[in-house]
Design a protein around this ligand. Structure first.
Ligand code: JHZ
Ligand code: SAH
Length: 405
């Protein structure tokens, strides 16, 4: 029995993935003995309808001065955030110099740099110092702190209230969400807009994309659960936009209650969530069964390839891959190495299974027979980039179903 982080009611886990390391904890061989593990379990709170982790490692174990994820590694994401910046500047900022924009979890500045370039007053709050320094290099004013109510107060004292608060792929990472929401409530101007996006629960259920479940992702939001959270703060969703990125995400536009019109799409999507059963425990029991099936199919495919004496390598050492590799029991015998374009991951080993991470050039110089695509969410970008490999090699996919193409 566990207490819901949102409404404090009791809930039970619907799945355990077993003992898991830190998803972005790529490590050298000297550190294998000290590696940290915790039990990765997810549960559904029947009271406020929030899917969440049961245990989460301390935040400093995940977000620190050597954080391995740099947002700008994907061209598709760079484009996605450029468009978000352009649209919100036009729609939600006045044509004067008094605008103030705050971003929570700005990482290397992939989104906020567009506001910086346009000369808009802004501040990014980013606890992982190495990526925050990268944002600074990109012209973004950054403070390296964990956003919460106290940080919000400090920002208000120093800069005033915000017209726009942005948070991409970070709200779902923060278990002390009530402190974050209290901060947002205070920081947002009366007519201000808070825009956030996170992987959408509806997509995770539909695609069985269980690899979204790992230490950093403490919440798997739906419109219904977000609404239940916002009620505590007299905030409301005014519009939503489904996004293709990260395997299916939802963008939520939020304002103080009664300050802006609510779009019909919000009501429609709440109804759809009821129809597809996102508010029923049974849905998650069924999801667990599909996850177990997916695991068995993937490991069978890899073993079959291995028995035929063919080479298979992993493509992109994503955070998500840590769940898949460790849950399915993928090891060095089944996967030669994983190639990745992020310099600080290269030369290290994957968390838990200790599969080598090698530079992307390794893949280019000696194509394998099969590539297991851990960055399936960037499929279009990678498919286009790998047109030469596509002529001779095959891809192993596991979302939305296990298959070879
Ligand atoms: P990608 C991270 O998830 C972590 P990850 C975090 N918790 C989250 O929510 C999302 O981002 C937003 C590599 N790559 O984007 C680079 C290639 O090698 O799916 C990166 O190591 N070649 C904050 O880690 C990794 O993939 C390529 O062509 O699951 C990023 O994976 C591309 C496109 C990526 O995020
Ligand atoms: N917004 C970027 C980065 C997502 S990665 C994108 O969508 O690509 C998540 C980021 O949130 C990490 O850089 C992490 O350091 C940061 N983070 C974690 N907890 C936070 C908190 N309490 N306040 C602000 N940022 C936080």
């Amino acid at each position: 029995m566990k207490k819901c982080l949102i409404c404090k009611n009791n809930f039970e886990p619907f799945i355990s993935f077993g003992m898991m390391p830190i998803a972005n904890g790529f490590l050298p061989s000297e550190k294998f003995d000290e590696e940290y593990f915790f039990e990765l379990q997810a549960g559904f709170c029947s009271s406020c309808k929030t899917v969440q982790l049961v245990n989460q490692p301390k935040r400093e174990m995940m977000f620190h001065d050597n954080y391995a994820f740099f947002s700008s590694t994907s061209k598709g994401m760079a484009n996605h955030f450029r468009l978000l910046a352009e649209n919100t500047m036009k729609k939600y900022l006045a044509q004067n110099d008094n605008n103030f924009v705050v971003e929570i979890g700005c990482n290397d500045g992939i989104l906020l740099k567009h506001f910086a370039k346009a000369g808009i007053n802004h501040i990014g709050v980013e606890p992982s110092l190495n990526v925050a320094l990268e944002a600074n290099k990109n012209g973004v004013n950054t403070i390296s702190e964990f956003f919460d109510e106290n940080v919000a107060k400090k920002i208000i004292d120093k800069y005033g209230n915000a017209d726009l608060i942005l948070a991409a792929n970070v709200m779902c990472h923060i278990p002390y969400i009530h402190s974050v929401m209290a901060g947002i409530k205070k920081l947002l101007k009366p007519k201000g807009v808070f825009i956030f996006e996170d992987p959408y629960l509806g997509d995770i259920v539909e695609k069985t994309s269980y690899d979204q479940i790992y230490d950093e992702h403490v919440f798997y939001f739906s419109i219904t659960s977000v609404n239940n959270l916002l009620k505590y703060y007299d905030l409301e969703i005014i519009d939503i936009f489904h996004q293709k990125v990260h395997g299916g995400s939802m963008r939520y536009l939020v304002s103080h209650k009664g300050k802006r019109n609510i779009s019909d799409s919000v009501i429609k999507q709440i109804r759809k969530e009821e129809e597809i059963g996102l508010n029923l425990l049974q849905t998650y029991d069924n999801l667990r069964k599909r996850i177990e099936k997916s695991r068995d199919q993937l490991i069978k495919i890899l073993k079959d390839i291995n028995e035929k004496g063919k080479r298979v390598v992993g493509y992109a050492a994503t955070s998500k891959s840590t769940t898949v590799i460790n849950y399915c029991g993928i090891n060095k015998n089944l996967l030669e190495y994983i190639c990745d374009t992020t310099p600080i991951k290269q030369g290290l080993f994957t968390p838990g299974a200790h599969i080598p991470v090698k530079p992307y050039s390794e893949f280019l110089n000696n194509y394998p027979d099969y590539a297991l695509l851990f960055a399936w969410n960037h499929f279009d970008e990678i498919w286009t980039k790998e047109h030469n490999y596509n002529k001779i090699g095959k891809w192993v996919l596991y979302v939305p179903e296990v298959k070879i193409i």
